[in-house]
Design a protein around this ligand. Structure first.
Ligand code: G3D
Ligand code: MG
Length: 178
């Protein structure tokens, strides 16, 4: 049984659903800590992985403002073990080119930490502007998981956080093994 504390980020354009995904995952009883100087909210949640063998306390960092706090982004990124890169399936530019832009910025601060790419708002079927096959092909190149979610209906939200937590844990264990 291992216990770990891992910092993770949600990044992506405004209004793609980052805060909604976190709230859906945390459900009702969440603890939130607002960091005024960085302009972000920090949520905390425990998850059990590997059939309860590992307990991970996730510290989930969410950008609260938009560009206003850009200057402080280095403190936002510092020390994070992984990230969710979120785009909106109904707005093409949030995927291309902006997922790449977010990834470049992330990795310029953190190095190549694990990520998952989320195509959110999959419930808006008739408004889809990004093909699943295009997003999957991009994720295959990275490589990383690609998951289509709905923060509104809850589809694959828990699975996305679990997948990233598993990747972060595995990455950390690999680094600790000589
Ligand atoms: P952000 O934190 O990335 O900026 P928010 O995004 O979580 O604030 O969400 C932006 C808007 O998109 C919100 O609408 C929210 O309800 C909506 N939204 C988020 N996720 C989904 C989803 O999966 N499906 C649908 N249909 N809508 C979603 P409002 O109108 O409240 O601003
Ligand atoms: Mg938000």
């Amino acid at each position: 049984m291992g216990t770990y504390k891992l910092k993770m980020l949600l990044i992506g354009d405004a209004a793609v659903g980052k805060t909604s995904l976190i709230k859906k995952f945390i459900k009702g009883a969440f603890q939130k800590d607002y960091k005024m100087t960085i302009g972000c909210d920090i949520f905390t949640k425990d998850v059990e992985l590997n059939d309860g063998q590992d307990l991970v306390t996730l510290s989930i960092w969410d950008i609260a403002g938009q560009d206003r706090f850009k200057f402080f982004r280095s403190s936002f990124y510092r020390g994070s073990a992984g990230a969710m890169v979120v785009f909106d399936l109904t707005r093409y530019t949030t995927f291309n080119p902006n997922v790449v832009n977010w990834l470049k910025e992330l990795w310029s601060f953190t190095g190549r930490i694990p990520i998952v790419i989320l195509g959110n708002k999959v419930d808006l079927i008739n408004m889809r502007a990004v093909r699943a096959s295009d997003a999957q092909a991009f994720a295959d190149q990275v490589p990383c998981n690609y998951i289509e979610t709905s923060a509104k209906e809850g589809q694959y939200v828990d699975q996305s956080f679990a997948a990233l937590a598993m990747n972060m844990l595995q990455n950390m264990k690999n680094r600790m093994t000589p």
